[in-house]
Design a protein around this ligand. Structure first.
Ligand code: C2O
Ligand code: CU
Ligand code: CU
Length: 485
C-alpha cells in the first residue's frame, strides 16, 4: 500500500495513524497504548573551557546504527552518536568555538541556523568539511535568547544529509531564560519533529529529491523516537519545537484541543505569551510553547492536515503523561522580555523575490559563484517574497525578521515575533522587515532559500553579502568557489 492509499484507508476508517506501517492493517492512531517508547531527549553537549574562557564544543559527524523501529537496527547518521546530535546550549556573551570533524565518507558542512555570526563561520555551502577534516568556527554569541538549530548545508546534498539524521538543537540563553521553565529535559524539553518513510527492515527510504516536495513520510519521529511518550513531573513545561523535516508542514494541536501559550518564535521571545490551540510550523521554523498539565492526565500532541500539499495527513506525534503529583511551576508572566521590534525606516530598500517553480528564485538557479544581493551592514530592509505557485517557505541566514503581512494581512499574534524562516503560502506575497547584522565580508556570502530541502537542493537559493555601507557598488558580483563535487 502506498502512502496515499494508506491515508485514504485510514480516512475511511475514520482514524488517524500513529504508525502507518505498510504491511499491517491501519491502526487506531489515537490508541495511546501505541506510544510505548520513551521520548529520547538529546544530551546536552558539555563544552570544555579554554584558558581565555572560550567554550569549546566538539562535534563529530558519523555513521551509526540505531533503532527507529524497536528491534530493527538500521544505518543512520548522527553527530557524536548514531542519530541526530546533542543539544548545544550557550549564553549571550559567551565566546564559543566549535570543533567539527567529518567522519562520513562524503563532504558536508554544519550550518548554525538562526545564528548571527560572520559569514565564514556560518557553515553554508562554502564552508565544506572534507571527509576526515575538522572545521573550527568561533564567534561570540550576541543575540537574544532563542531556540536555534544546526544541520548540514552541502549544496545539492542537504536533503539527503538531514534525512539521514544530521540535525541538532542550539539553545541560546540570556537573562530572560529564567522567566520561563528552563531546566533542560525536565520542564524545558526539545521536540525535533521529522517524518520518514520506512522500509520493511525499518530503514529510511525514499528519494528526498523526487517529486514536487521530496520526502513526505508516513512515520512521525520526535527526537528520532517513533511513537514516543514523555513523562512530565511539573505543572508547566516549555517545549522548544523544531520542524526538522525535509518538507512536511505541521499544524500542531493537542487531542483535547487545550489552550497553550506560545512564548517564542525562531529568533526570540514574544513580548507576551500568546494563547493558541493550534500552531503551524514549516521546515526550519521553531516555536516555544508553555503547556499546563493536571496531575495524572495524559494527552496526545498531534498534527492536523491543512489545505496545502506539504501537510497532508493527520498524525499523532507524542503522548504526554503527567505524574500523579506535579511539582508547582511559577506562573506564566504576563509579559516577556522580547527583542525590540524591528522598525523599518521610511525609505527602506525593498527587494523582491519571486518563487515560481522549485529550482530558482527570480528565475535564477542557485550559483555558488554569483552574488545576488549586496546589503549594507546594519541595514533594515523590506524583503517581499512573491509565490506564484504551490507551497514554499523562505529562510534568510544571519538575520532576524518580523512578518509585516501575508497578502496584506498581519500574521497571527503567535507568529509576530522575531523569526528567520517563514511560510509562503501558495499564490501569495509575504513582506518581511529584515534586520541585517554588522559583520562585513564582501567575498563570503550568506544564503537565502526555500527550506523545503528538495527545493533548496535543486536551486531555489540565492546568496547575499553584507558589506561596509557605501561600498555596495564596489564589491565583486562573482566570487571564486572551492566547491567540491
Ligand atoms: Cu536551516 Cu540555509 O538553512
Ligand atoms: Cu540557516
Ligand atoms: Cu519551496
Amino acid at each position: 500500500m502506498n502512502r496515499r492509499q494508506f491515508l485514504a484507508s485510514t480516512a475511511l476508517s475514520g482514524l488517524a495513524s500513529a504508525c502507518g506501517s505498510s504491511a499491517a492493517a491501519p491502526r487506531a492512531a489515537s490508541d495511546p497504548a501505541a506510544f510505548r517508547t520513551e521520548l529520547r531527549v538529546p544530551p546536552l553537549l558539555e563544552p570544555t573551557v579554554d584558558k581565555d574562557g572560550t567554550r569549546r564544543f566538539t562535534l563529530t559527524m558519523q555513521q551509526g546504527r540505531s533503532e527507529i523501529l524497536a528491534g530493527k537496527p538500521v544505518e543512520t547518521w548522527g553527530i557524536n552518536g548514531p542519530h541526530l546530535g546533542p543539544t548545544i546550549r550557550a549564553a549571550r556573551g559567551d565566546r564559543v568555538r566549535m570543533t567539527v570533524t567529518n567522519r562520513l565518507d562524503e563532504a558536508s558542512t554544519v550550518h548554525w541556523h538562526g545564528m548571527r555570526l560572520p559569514a565564514k563561520m556560518d557553515g553554508g555551502p562554502h564552508q565544506t568539511i572534507e571527509p576526515g577534516a575538522t572545521w573550527s568556527p568561533h564567534w561570540t554569541i550576541d543575540q537574544p535568547a532563542a531556540t536555534s538549530w544546526y544541520h548540514p548545508h552541502p549544496h545539492g546534498e542537504t536533503a539527503k544529509h538531514v534525512y539521514r539524521g544530521l540535525a541538532g538543537m542550539f539553545i541560546i540563553d540570556d537573562r530572560t531564560t529564567a522567566q520561563l521553565p528552563s531546566r533542560y529535559g525536565i520542564d524545558d524539553v526539545p521536540l525535533i519533529l521529522q517524518d520518514k518513510n520506512l522500509a520493511e527492515d525499518g530503514s529510511p527510504t525514499g528519494d528526498p529529491l523526487k517529486g514536487t516536495f521530496g520526502i513526505l513520510g508516513d512515520h512521525m519521529l520526535v527526537n528520532g523516537t517513533h511513537a514516543p511518550f514523555l513523562n512530565v513531573r511539573t505543572e508547566r513545561v516549555r517545549f522548544r519545537i523544531l520542524n526538522g523535516s525535509n518538507a512536511r508542514m505541521y499544524h500542531l494541536t493537542f487531542a483535547d484541543r487545550r489552550a497553550f501559550h506560545v512564548v517564542g518564535n525562531d529568533a526570540g521571545l514574544l513580548p507576551a505569551p500568546a494563547q493558541a490551540d493550534q500552531v503551524s510550523l514549516t521546515p526550519g521554523e521553531r516555536v516555544e510553547v508553555v503547556v499546563t498539565f493536571t496531575p495524572g492526565e495524559q494527552v496526545l500532541l498531534r498534527t492536523l492536515s491543512g489545505s496545502d500539499d506539504i501537510d497532508e495527513g493527520d498524525f499523532d506525534l507524542l503522548k504526554i503523561v503527567a505524574a500523579a503529583r506535579l511539582a508547582a511551576s511559577p506562573r506564566l508572566p504576563a509579559s516577556l522580555t522580547a527583542p525590540a521590534p524591528i522598525v523599518v525606516p521610511p525609505n527602506a530598500k525593498v527587494r523582491r523575490f519571486r518563487l515560481n517553480g522549485h529550482d530558482a528564485i527570480n528565475g535564477k538557479e542557485m550559483d555558488l559563484s554569483r552574488i545576488d544581493e549586496v546589503v549594507p551592514a546594519d541595514a533594515t530592509e523590506i524583503w517581499e517574497i512573491e509565490n506564484t505557485v504551490y507551497a514554499h517557505n523562505f529562510h534568510i541566514h544571519e538575520v532576524a525578521f518580523q512578518v509585516l503581512d501575508v497578502n496584506g494581512d498581519k500574521p497571527h499574534a503567535y507568529a509576530s515575533g522575531h523569526k528567520d524562516t517563514v511560510y509562503v503560502p501558495p499564490k501569495s506575497t509575504v513582506r518581511l522587515a529584515v534586520q541585517f547584522g554588522r559583520f562585513t565580508d564582501p567575498v563570503t556570502p550568506y544564503m537565502y532559500h526555500c527550506h523545503i530541502l528538495r527545493h533548496e537542493d535543486s536551486g531555489m537559493m540565492g546568496q547575499f553579502v553584507i558589506v561596509k555601507p557605501g561600498t555596495e557598488n564596489q564589491v565583486p558580483r562573482t566570487i571564486a568557489t572551492h566547491h567540491h563535487t
